[in-house]
Design a protein around this ligand. Structure first.
Ligand code: SF4
Length: 373
């Protein structure tokens, strides 16, 4: 498959999802790449919706071949694919009988965990509408709080048995001045000490920005401080607590973090498809890149059980246009897509940005496919 067509397929798969006709390791519910299959398509790591309404109607299907797997559209074979095997550490349990998979999961080659599975905003008017953090807890697929020791034990098994190359730890927000940053950083520190893997921790901007220095002092490699949208109207509608924090406060937190963690080691999710103004979105990404923040641009992934479960993800042409503008500015500023040491921006499987950066000549118009929306 030609490079440009492959990039278009990667972006379109994330928009339209994949019907799965073979067993596939999936992530159901939760705060990360939820209701998604994890696979490699044409060599690119990808999380792709497999369990939402869009995926059920997707033109794309994953099928087995004599030697591996491939993506098909009807009878037409589009690209080779490989799938994630069930990680071996999932069969282990801690001494107190907790299965390792309730403590952490493999997201392709990254060990990932939500260290505190509750959020001060969950279940009230402040709940982020796209989020599913309470869903996995309700279903019994995880435990409410993981200890640093548990995480260190499981992360080591993920490295040794399944080749994890980094760890990504996130947390629900708390009402404390640190908003949960101190605890997730302690967990990250324990994982790093036990495994020597690079670690990303994710948290909301602390009320006291000095907390960011405490996180850095624990030897954490990268941080994710996620504004989710640069459009203030969208933020007010979908994430009221984040809107109250205010986009400028995110910039203040990022500046402090870049000073300690370095360029490209601070990232923010930027979710597309929530009704945002594309110009405001691109401009926000530009401003973030200019201060050294990696804008991790992703299409919305409607999570079953979230308040946006029925949202239709944006079409490929929309996301690709924004990817191109953001990628162009990153290139101009010398920020490579491989700059992050750990976390979502290192893995990149939830975004098509990397495929657009790697495969498309920036400036060329998006390729038309038969299903471009
Ligand atoms: S802050 Fe929002 S996105 Fe993060 S865990 Fe809480 S509700 Fe979910």
């Amino acid at each position: 498959m030609a490079a440009e067509a492959l990039a278009a397929l990667v972006v379109d798969l994330q928009a339209r999802g994949l019907r799965v006709e073979v067993p596939l390791e999936r992530r159901i519910g939760g705060a990360g790449p939820s209701d998604s299959g994890m696979l490699w398509v044409g060599g690119f790591p990808l999380t792709v919706p497999t369990d939402n309404a869009a995926a059920a109607d997707s033109p794309y299907a994953l099928r087995a071949e004599d030697d591996g797997y491939a993506i098909f559209e009807g009878d037409r074979r589009l690209a080779g694919a490989s799938t994630q095997q069930r990680p071996r550490f999932y069969d282990l349990s801690t001494a107190d009988g907790t299965p390792y998979w309730k403590i952490g999961l493999m997201h392709l080659d990254s060990f990932a965990s939500t260290v505190v599975q509750t959020c001060a905003y969950w279940g009230n008017d402040d709940q982020c509408r796209f989020c599913g953090i309470g869903v996995s807890l309700d279903s019994g697929r995880t435990i409410v709080k993981k200890s640093p020791e548990q995480l260190a034990e499981v992360a080591l098994a993920a490295k040794e048995l399944d080749g994890a190359v980094d760890a990504t730890l996130t947390t629900g927000s708390s009402n404390g001045v640190d908003r949960g940053a101190r605890y997730v950083a302690r967990c990250g520190h324990a994982v790093r000490e036990a495994t020597a893997l690079p670690v990303e921790v994710q948290f909301e901007p602390p009320r006291k920005l000095e907390v960011i220095d405490e996180v850095a002092d624990l030897g954490i490699d990268s941080v994710g401080i996620h504004v989710e949208s640069f459009d203030p109207d969208v933020l007010a509608r979908v994430a009221p607590a984040k809107a109250r924090t205010g986009i400028d406060q995110y910039f203040r937190a990022w500046e402090r973090a870049v000073a300690r963690f370095g360029e490209g080691q601070v990232s923010t999710y930027v979710i597309l498809g929530m009704g945002e103004d594309p110009e405001i979105t691109v401009e926000g990404c530009r401003r973030a890149i200019d201060i050294g923040v990696f804008p991790f641009v992703v299409p919305i992934r409607p999570v079953a059980g979230s308040l946006m479960a029925d949202v239709v993800p944006p079409d490929r042409l929309y996301t690709e246009r924004i990817y191109r503008k953001v990628a162009a500015h990153m290139a101009k500023r010398g920020m490579g897509s491989d700059i992050a040491k750990a976390g979502c921006a290192r893995c990149q499987a939830c975004s098509g940005l990397q495929s657009v950066q790697a495969l498309l000549q920036i400036g060329k118009p998006p390729a038309q496919t038969s299903h471009a929306g």
